[in-house]
Design a protein around this ligand. Structure first.
Ligand code: D41
Length: 675
C-alpha cells in the first residue's frame, strides 16, 4: 500500500518524538513522559511501519534488532588509531604528569577535564550524515571487530544524531558498560535459565558485545558513555577547535550520552581533589569504575602535546588501588565470636589491596570454605572493597601445591574445648561453652562496654583481654568491682587513665533499660529490638518473667527472638549476673513506657498500590499511621505488607519478586478492624 501524506508525515514525526524522548531519558537523565507513553508511541510507529514496509528506514528506533546472526565478525581498520591511556597509581604520578605537560607547553597552569574511568570496553561509533553506520571494538587500537549489529541494540546509542548541524562524518569513541543493577539482573536471569554466571560487569559487557547473534546482545543491559573523537569531516568540525568539555557539550546536543561526573579542574591539585571526591563516592555510583581520567581541556594544547607510544601525552588515568589481589594462604584459624559462632579466618601473606595491607580475611563459614575448597598453601584471590571486611573470593587452582588437605571445622572449641554444635539448617557452627568460654566471655564484655551499649569510655578490646588474662573478669558484673589498685598494676596503664576508667564505669551505671538489654548481648537482640522490649515491658522484672507467647506480641519480636530472650533469662547464671550488676549500682528510670511504640502496627512498613474501593489512598495511609505503621512509596525487602488495590502498578510485581506479603482490599480491611 502506498502511504498517504498524512501517514508518512506521522511516521517521521513519531521517529522525531521518540528520538527526543530517548535524548531526555539517556542523555539528560530527565525523562519528560512516563515509560508507558514512550511504549505507546513506539507501538504506533511499529504498526504504521508494518502497514507501509517501504517507509521503514534503518535508523528507525524500531530497527535496533533485526539483523541475522553472523558467522564471524569482520575486521575494521581505525582511520585514526584508538590510543590507550597512560596510568598513574598515586598522587606523585599525577604531579609528575602535570609538571611535564606544563613544561612542554611552557605554561604555569592547565585546566583539565576530569571524568570517571569506567570498567567496560572501548568502542568506536561512526556517523555519516547523522546516521549510525558502523560500530567497532577497539581491538589492538589499529583495528577491531565490526559490531555494528550489536551496538545498534544499545538503547543509549542514537541511531541518528539529533539536529542538523553534526559534521558530515563523525566518529566518536566511548565505553560500553553494564551498571551494577544491570549486572545483578543479568546474572539473576542467567541463573534462572541455567546459563553461565559472569564474574564481573566488565566481563559481562565484553561477552555481550561480542555475540554473533544480535538478539542476545539486545537482551543484555548494555549502556554507553562517550569520551572521545576519531575521524571528523565536514561542517561543525569546529568542535575540534575549542575545549574538550565544550565538545562533550556538543555531543550531548546531538544525543550522545556522556558521563554525568565530568568536571573541569585546575592543575594537579584540582585533579587530586576530584579523585578524592569520586573515591569517597565510588561505592555509591551506579556503575563500577577503576579510577578517574584527566584530560587537558584545551584541544589546541592537546594537539601541541601529541602522543608517545600509543598513548596521548594529554591524558592520564589515575587508578584506584585494586580491590582484588592474589596472595598465599598461610593458615586457617577459627575465631569464636560473642555468641559462640565459629568463623574460619584466613591468615595471609600480607598483601596490599583496596588501599590497605591485609593479613587476615574472612572465610565466612564452613559451607563457604567447602564451596570454594580453600586449602592451606593455596594461592587465593582476596577482595577488599570499601568498608567491608576483606574476604577470600576464590582459589587459583592452577597454583595449588601438591598434597594439600581439605579444611575441616574443629569438633571442639579451639578456645575452651567445649563441644561444637551446628544446629540443623544453620550455616554457623557454635561453641557450646557459653560464658565459660574465654572467647565468648571477652567478646560479650567488649560488646557490653561498646559505645552503643554501656558506652564505657577507655575500656577497649585490648584492656578487656588484659583484665580477663589476669582473671579479673569472671563475669560482666566484675567490671564494677574494679578498683584503682587493680588497674594500676596493668601494663601501659597510667594513674590518670586508671582514674578515668573508674569514673567512666561509674557513669555508665546510670543508663536506660533499652541500653542495658542491648548490652547484655542476647542473641538477635539488636538496638531496635531492645528498645521494643524495654518500651513494651517497662520493667526488667516483667521481661524476665514473660512467657514466649507474650514476648511474641511485642512489635519486632518473632518466635526466634522470643525464644532467645526466654532462654537467656531462664538461665540461672544470667539471672545471677544481672542481680549482681544491679546490686553494684546499675540503674535506670523505671516504667517509662513510650506509648508511641506500643501501637498495634509499630515497626511494620506498608506500601499502597492501585486504588481501593472503600477509601482513598490518603485515608488508608492515615488509618495505617494511626495504628503506628510506617507507609512508604517503594517496595523493598524491609516492607512488611503491600496493599494491592485495583490496577496495581509495578510495586505489586516487585513485591512478588521479593516475596513480600500482599494484602487485597478484603484482607486489608480485616487487618484494620482487628487492630
Ligand atoms: O572511562 C574510560 N574507561 C575511559 C577510557 C575514559 N573515560 N577516557 C578515555 N580516553 C581515552 C583517550 C584519551 C585515548 C581518548 C578512555 C580511553 N582512551 C581508553 N579506553 C580504553 C583504551 C583507551
Amino acid at each position: 500500500m502506498a502511504a498517504g501524506d498524512q501517514d508518512s508525515r506521522r511516521i517521521v514525526a513519531l521517529r522525531e518524538e521518540l528520538a527526543h524522548h530517548n535524548h531526555c531519558y539517556y542523555v539528560l537523565d530527565a525523562p519528560e513522559v512516563p515509560d508507558a507513553e514512550y511504549d505507546r508511541l513506539f507501538r504506533q510507529l511499529q504498526s504504521l511501519e508494518e502497514k507501509y514496509p517501504a517507509l521503514v528506514t534503518p535508523d528507525s528506533p524500531t530497527q535496533r534488532v533485526g539483523a541475522k546472526p553472523l558467522k564471524a565478525f569482520s575486521e575494521v581498520h581505525h582511520g585514526v588509531p584508538m590510543l590507550s591511556l597512560a596510568n598513574a597509581f598515586d598522587e606523585g604520578g599525577v604531579k609528575d604528569f602535570h609538571r611535564r605537560a606544563c613544561e612542554r607547553l611552557g605554561v604555569e597552569h592547565i585546566d583539565y577535564s576530569c571524568e570517571t574511568k569506567l570498567d567496560g570496553l572501548a568502542v568506536s561509533l561512526l556517523y555519516e550524515n547523522g546516521v549510525l553506520v558502523r560500530g567497532a571494538t577497539r581491538g589492538d587500537g589499529r583495528s577491531g571487530e565490526d559490531v555494528t549489529q550489536n551496538v545498534r541494540t544499545i538503547d543509549s546509542i542514537p541511531l541518528r544524531l539529533l539536529g542538523k548541524d553534526a559534521p558530515r562524518v563523525l566518529e566518536v569513541r566511548g565505553e560500553v558498560f553494564i551498571s551494577r543493577a544491570g549486572f545483578a539482573r543479568l546474572n539473576r536471569a542467567q541463573r534462572a535459565e541455567g546459563g553461565k554466571q559472569f564474574a564481573n560487569p566488565r566481563n559481562a559487557a565484553a561477552g555481550s558485545l561480542r555475540q554473533l547473534d544480535p538478539r542476545i546482545t539486545a537482551a543484555r543491559p548494555l549502556e554507553i558513555y562517550i569520551y572521545g573523537v576519531g575521524v571528523v569531516e565536514g561542517p561543525a568540525d569546529e568542535i575540534l577547535a575549542g575545549t574538550y568539555s565544550a565538545m562533550l557539550e556538543r555531543f550531548r546536543d546531538w544525543g550522545l550520552r556522556t558521563s554525568p561526573e565530568t568536571r573541569v579542574a585546575r592543575d594537579a591539585e584540582g585533579c587530586i581533589a576530584y579523585y578524592r571526591d569520586i573515591m569517597a563516592r565510588r561505592d555509591k555510583l551506579p556503575y563500577e569504575i577503576d579510577g578517574v581520567v584527566y584530560k587537558v581541556n584545551r584541544l589546541d594544547q592537546q594537539d601541541a602535546l601529541g602522543a608517545v607510544s600509543r598513548a596521548p601525552r594529554w591524558a592520564l588515568a589515575h587508578k584506584f588501588p585494586a580491590q582484588e589481589e592474589m596472595t598465599v594462604l598461610k593458615g586457617i584459624e577459627v575465631q569464636v565470636g560473642r555468641t559462640g559462632t565459629l568463623t574460619p579466618v584466613a591468615r595471609l601473606e600480607p598483601v596490599f589491596v583496596g588501599g590497605a595491607t591485609v593479613t587476615n580475611a574472612t572465610l565466612h563459614n564452613q559451607d563457604e570454605v567447602k564451596r570454594k575448597d580453600v586449602r592451606i598453601g593455596d594461592t587465593v584471590v582476596v577482595r577488599r572493597a570499601g568498608d567491608v571486611i576483606p574476604e577470600v573470593v576464590s582459589v587459583v587452582m592452577s597454583k595449588r601445591p601438591k598434597h594439600t588437605r581439605r579444611f575441616k571445622m574443629p569438633e571442639r572449641c579451639p578456645v575452651c574445648d567445649s563441644k561444637v554444635e551446628r544446629p540443623e539448617g544453620e550455616s554457623a557452627a557454635r561453641c557450646t561453652g557459653g560464658l565459660y568460654c574465654a572467647a565468648q566471655r571477652r567478646e560479650a564484655i567488649k560488646h557490653f562496654a561498646s559505645r552503643r551499649a554501656m558506652d564505657i569510655e577507655g575500656l577497649g578490646d585490648k584492656l578487656v583481654d588484659q583484665l580477663d588474662e589476669q582473671g579479673m573478669l569472671s563475669d560482666l558484673s566484675d567490671l564494677y568491682r574494679l578498683k584503682l589498685e587493680d588497674l594500676a598494676g596493668l601494663e601501659r596503664m597510667g594513674e590518670k587513665s586508671a582514674k578515668n576508667l573508674i569514673d567512666a564505669l561509674k557513669k555508665s551505671q546510670s543508663t536506660t533499660l533499652a541500653r542495658f538489654l542491648y548490652a547484655l548481648g542476647i542473641r538477635d537482640v539488636g538496638e531496635t529490638t531492645a528498645r521494643s522490649l524495654a518500651n513494651y515491658c517497662g520493667k526488667l522484672e516483667t521481661l524476665m518473667h514473660a512467657e514466649e507467647e507474650v514476648l511474641q506480641e511485642i512489635p519486632d519480636v518473632g518466635p526466634v527472638v522470643a525464644g532467645n530472650v526466654h532462654t537467656f533469662f531462664r538461665e540461672s547464671h544470667n539471672r545471677q549476673v544481672i542481680r549482681k550488676l544491679i546490686k553494684r549500682g546499675m540503674n535506670w528510670p523505671e516504667g517509662v513506657v513510650d506509648r508511641d511504640k506500643l501501637q498495634p502496627l509499630s515497626g511494620k512498613t506498608f506500601v499502597l498500590t492501585g486504588t481501593l474501593d472503600s477509601m482513598g489512598r490518603d485515608e488508608a495511609k492515615a488509618k495505617l499511621q494511626a495504628l503506628g505503621a510506617k507507609v512508604t512509596g517503594s517496595v523493598s525487602a524491609k516492607t512488611s505488607y503491600v496493599v494491592v488495590g485495583v490496577d496495581p502498578g509495578s510495586k505489586a510485581t516487585k513485591a512478588e519478586q521479593l516475596g513480600v506479603v500482599m494484602l487485597d482490599e478484603k484482607a486489608f480491611l480485616k487487618l484494620l478492624s482487628k487492630k
